[in-house]
Ligand binder design. Structure first.
Ligand code: BJW
Length: 240
C-alpha cells in the first residue's frame, strides 16, 4: 500500500505578528530600540553594569503583556488553526518573548529568544514561572542569593534556545514561512537559507514591508499580519 507523506512546515515569527495586539516591534520607527539603547538593556554586560535598568525594562514589558487589553490577534489564531488542521508536522519558532501564540492555542512552539513570563537563576540555570516584577533584592529559591534572578530572555551575544531542534526541523521541512521579522538578527535571519539548503523547501515571507532578507524567499506576501496570515493559512489548508 502507498503511504502518503505529509509535508512538514516550519513557521518563524517575529515582533511584527504581535504589533496589532498592541506590543511594539524593535526596529520600526515607533519601536523599542527608538526609545531604549539596545546596549543598555539587552546584553549580559548591561545586566552586570546596571541590573536595575534592565529589570525595570523587562518588568514594565511583563506588566504590559499581562494587562487585559493585550490578547492574541487573528494572525496568532490562524497559526494555531494551521497546527490543528495541517496533516503533517508544524513547528512554530518564535523570536517573541510574549505568550500570545500559547494563548491562541499553539502547542508545538519554541521560544528561541526566551519567555518574558519566566525568570532564570543566573547561577544555577533553573527557570521559574514569573508573572510579577523581578525585584533587585529578591533571593532565588535555589541558591537563596540576592541578585541572581534575571529575565529568561536571550540577549545579544548569548546562545538562542533549542537550536538543535530548530535546525533539525529546518533541514527536513517542505515549507518555511517567516512572518513579521526584519531579518536583521542572527541566527534567525539565516533560517531561510538553512531551509533551502536541501533544495526541497519552499520559502514564503509575510511582512508589511520588504526586509533585509526578502530576496532569499521564493514568494512574498505583503500586508498587515492580521489580514495576510489568516488569508494565507486558509489558502494553504484548502490545497491540502
Ligand atoms: C509587521 C507588522 C504587521 C511590523 N504585520 N509585519 C554580525 C553579523 C552577524 C551576526 C552578528 C554580528 N554581530 C553580532 C551578531 C550576532 C547577533 C546579531 O544578530 N546581531 C545583529 C544585530 C547584527 N545575534 C546574537 O547575538 C544572537 N546570538 C547568537 O548569535 O549566538 C551565537 C550563535 C551562532 C550560531 C548559531 C547559533 C548561535 C542572540 C540574539 C538575541 C536577540 N535578542 C533580542 C532581545 C531579547 C528579547 C526581548 O527583549 O524581547 O530579541 S533583540 C530583538 O530582535 C528581539 C527580537 O526577538 C529580535 C528580532 O527582532 P524582530 O522580531 O525581527 O523585530 P523587528 O522589530 O526587527 O522587525 C519587525 C518586523 O515586523 C519588521 O520587518 C516590520 O516591517 C514587520 N511588521 N508591523 C506584519 N502589522
Amino acid at each position: 500500500m502507498h503511504q502518503q507523506i505529509h509535508p512538514g512546515v516550519v513557521v518563524l515569527t517575529g515582533a511584527g505578528i504581535s504589533k496589532e495586539s498592541g506590543l511594539h516591534t524593535f526596529r520600526d520607527p515607533d519601536g523599542i530600540w527608538a526609545r531604549y539603547d539596545v546596549e543598555e538593556v539587552a546584553t549580559p554586560e548591561a545586566f552586570r553594569r546596571n541590573p536595575a535598568l534592565v529589570q525595570d525594562f523587562y518588568n514594565a514589558r511583563r506588566r504590559q503583556l499581562r494587562s487585559p487589553e493585550i490578547c492574541p490577534n487573528p494572525a496568532h489564531l490562524a497559526l494555531a488553526d494551521l497546527e490543528r488542521r495541517w496533516p503533517g508536522e508544524v513547528l512554530m519558532v518564535t523570536q517573541n518573548i510574549d505568550d500570545l501564540h500559547e494563548r491562541a492555542g499553539t502547542r508545538n512552539l519554541i521560544h528561541m529568544h526566551g519567555e518574558l513570563l519566566k525568570a532564570r537563576c543566573a547561577r544555577s540555570g533553573r527557570v521559574y514561572e514569573r508573572l510579577g516584577d523581578i525585584k533587585l533584592e529578591e533571593r532565588c529559591p535555589c541558591c537563596n542569593l540576592a541578585g541572581t534572578l534575571r529575565p529568561h530572555v536571550v540577549w545579544f551575544g548569548e546562545m538562542p534556545l533549542e537550536m538543535g531542534r530548530i535546525f533539525a526541523a529546518l533541514g527536513r521541512c517542505d515549507l518555511f514561512i517567516a512572518i513579521g521579522t526584519s531579518g536583521q538578527v542572527h541566527p534567525a535571519a539565516g533560517f531561510v537559507e538553512e531551509a533551502r539548503r536541501g533544495g526541497r523547501a519552499r520559502t514564503v515571507e509575510l511582512n508589511v514591508e520588504e526586509t533585509a532578507i526578502s530576496p532569499l524567499f521564493h514568494e512574498r506576501v505583503t500586508g498587515a499580519a492580521t489580514r495576510i496570515v489568516p488569508e494565507y493559512v486558509e489558502k494553504l489548508l484548502s490545497r491540502h
